[in-house]
Design a protein around this ligand. Structure first.
Ligand SMILES: [Zn+2]
Ligand SMILES: [Zn+2]
Length: 149
C-alpha cells in the first residue's frame, strides 16, 4: 500500500481530505447562595444545571492516519432547567445574581452515542468510507474493490 492509495477520494480522486470528529460534552454547574441572616449554617440555597456542548473538530487527514485536528467549533445546546434547593427563603428572596458563588465544577462527561468520526473530501464534499481502529484512520478503497470483484 502506498501513500496515494490511502489518501485519495474514491469519488473524485482528490487528495484534499479532512477528518472530522463530532462529540458532545455535558457538565454540571452548581452555585451556592450564602445565608447572610444566620437562619441556616449552610448555604441559603443551592442551584445546579446541566450544560451540553456539541463540538466539531477537524484537520487534514495525516499520511499515517493519526488524528490531527487544527480547528474546532463548539455549539452550546440548551441548558437544562436549574434545580434549586432553598434552605433560607429570606436570603433567597433578597439575593442578587452576583451573590451566587460557584461550587467546584463537576467533571465533564461524554456521551459515546454522540461521538462520530468522518472523513470528508473538500473537493466533492462527499464522505469517504474508512475504518477506525481506535488510533488510526484507514480508508477502505482496497476492501471496496475486492467486494466489487
Ligand atoms: Zn472527492
Ligand atoms: Zn438567610
Amino acid at each position: 500500500m502506498t501513500d496515494s492509495d490511502i489518501h485519495i477520494c474514491p469519488h473524485c480522486g482528490s487528495d484534499n481530505l479532512d477528518v472530522e470528529h463530532d462529540y458532545c460534552e455535558t457538565w454540571l454547574t452548581s452555585q451556592d447562595l450564602p445565608c447572610s441572616c444566620g437562619a441556616t449554617l449552610g448555604p441559603a440555597a443551592t442551584r445546579s444545571w446541566n450544560t451540553t456542548s456539541y463540538v466539531t473538530e477537524w484537520g487534514p487527514l495525516q499520511e499515517d492516519g493519526v488524528l490531527y485536528f487544527e480547528d474546532s467549533e463548539e455549539v452550546e445546546g440548551d441548558n437544562d432547567d436549574a434545580e434549586v434547593e432553598i434552605e433560607c427563603q429570606t436570603c433567597f428572596d433578597q439575593a442578587e445574581e452576583s451573590d451566587w458563588e460557584p461550587v467546584e465544577a463537576e467533571p465533564v462527561t461524554f456521551d459515546p452515542d454522540e461521538e462520530k468520526y468522518r472523513v470528508v473530501c473538500r473537493e466533492c464534499e462527499q464522505e469517504v468510507p474508512f475504518e477506525w481502529d481506535g488510533r488510526y484512520i484507514n480508508l477502505l478503497h482496497e476492501v471496496k474493490e475486492e467486494a466489487d470483484q
